[in-house]
Design a binder for this molecule. Structure first.
Ligand code: MLT
Length: 411
């Protein structure tokens, strides 16, 4: 008899974004004339930078000639891309990251889940609350948690509440945890972590033999020069942290798919036989067995991000989305709502008006304003009473959405 991975049955409802899509589709079907504006899932809307498109067009031509045709690429990614990433994203900021420690992939969401392949099943795990649901759900799927309680919290996980009270930076736990998920700039709250804050986490990890899984998918949105872009800007992080990055949000690759994971060679963990094992070796083995790399065409597109034109174009793209975030912040604050984030991140985290739960507010905005956001409670129990608005949309849609939302708040 076939058996299933029963851990999937522990998962609460659907994954947040498909669940939102289901509700929105039902509303759209019942209200076909509603002009719905989506500021829910953080999916980019603006075209790929010209430099990336030109590079991809050239790469397609390469594929059309026997001399330049490419079959399977290296599982770790082409060295010409990894070297540019190492130099521009890490070495230029003083991080001692070598190209050989960078693994190009088809998404940091995928890698956040896949990384569990090389880690044991008995690790204690800490994640912030609210949190990007992928960190928690992939651990549920792998059987690393107990059942969820009524508030949606899974047994066996350590939740680190983040709120306005602690500036949305997680408190270091008093107990020892083996694996810590951190995401800065933060999804969903848009908060950032200072150097001192990250240093405290690295010190904790080194003291307790813990591993930090650091998601830096939104680093390009940092405007404050004092805020670190990478965990490797922090002394000691090479020995205790893996970092995930993406071309999705900075260069518009959500549909094209390209990301990277950094596994420093100095990061070792003791096996049960006492042997020090390099996580790099395990991840490399995993990738070589289960992954055949990102397409040559897409990697050429990603490489173009680092050209002079590419850099100028992605800067303009990021500035555009940050201006959207500022509009969202300004309009909602003027309407009397308390807003957070949106200055170093593409997400604005909004306190819902009194008496509105996160899903109540979602329904109200969908039905009255035909605007879609993301209920804070979908990111965890401590997100209840908050609502996330994404800045990824056209200027016209952001202006129109804010006009409709604020008009409805006045009623
Ligand atoms: C989000 O809306 O939180 C993001 O789009 C999720 C993701 O990048 O996978």
């Amino acid at each position: 008899m076939v058996t299933i991975n029963e851990n999937y049955l522990k998962l609460k409802a659907g994954y947040l974004f498909p669940e939102i899509a289901r509700r929105v589709n039902a509303f759209a079907e019942a209200n076909p004339s509603a002009a719905i504006i989506k500021l829910g899932i953080g999916d980019v809307t603006e075209p790929l930078p010209q430099a990336c498109r030109d590079a991809m067009t050239q790469a397609i031509q390469d594929m059309g000639q026997r001399e330049t045709f490419k079959g399977y690429g290296p599982e770790q990614g082409y060295l010409w891309l990894r070297e540019k990433i190492a130099q521009h994203d890490f070495q230029s900021r003083g991080c001692k990251i070598d190209a050989s420690e960078i693994f190009v992939s088809d998404g940091s969401k995928c890698d956040c889940g896949n990384i569990l392949d090389i880690l044991g099943d008995d690790n204690s795990i800490a994640a912030t609350d609210p949190v990007y649901p992928v960190y928690v759900d992939t651990n549920v799927m792998a059987g690393h948690t107990g059942e969820a309680d009524d508030s949606g919290k899974y047994g066996g996980l350590t939740y680190l509440p983040i709120s306005a009270d602690n500036d949305f930076t997680a408190q270091i736990p008093s107990e020892k945890v083996d694996i810590i998920y951190l995401c800065f700039p933060n999804n969903p709250t848009g908060a950032v972590a200072t150097k001192e804050n990250l240093q405290a986490w690295v010190d904790y990890a080194k003291e307790n033999g813990s591993l930090i899984l650091f998601d830096a998918a939104y680093e390009a949105f940092i405007t404050d020069p004092a805020i670190p872009h990478s965990i490797y800007e922090i002394e000691g992080a090479r020995d205790c942290a893996i970092e995930f990055r993406s071309f999705s949000k900075n260069a518009g690759f959500t549909g094209t798919r390209c990301a990277l994971t950094v596994v420093p060679k100095s990061l070792t963990v003791k096996a049960s036989n006492g042997e020090e094992v390099q996580l790099w070796t395990l991840w490399n083995r995993r990738q070589c067995t289960k992954f055949n790399g990102v397409s040559y065409i897409v990697q050429r597109g990603a490489e173009a991000v680092y050209s002079a034109e590419g850099q100028a174009q992605i800067k303009a793209l990021i500035a555009f989305y940050l201006e959207n975030a500022q509009i969202i912040r300004d309009r909602l604050s003027a309407a009397g709502l308390k807003v957070y984030g949106g200055t170093n991140a593409p997400y604005v985290w909004v306190k819902t008006p009194e008496s509105f739960s996160s899903w109540d507010f979602f329904d109200k905005l969908l039905q009255a304003a035909n605007v879609v956001g993301t209920p804070g409670s979908g990111f965890g129990a401590a997100g209840e009473g908050y609502f996330r608005i994404s800045a990824f949309n056209s200027r016209a849609n952001v202006e129109e959405a804010m006009a409709r939302v604020t008009a409805n708040l006045k009623l």
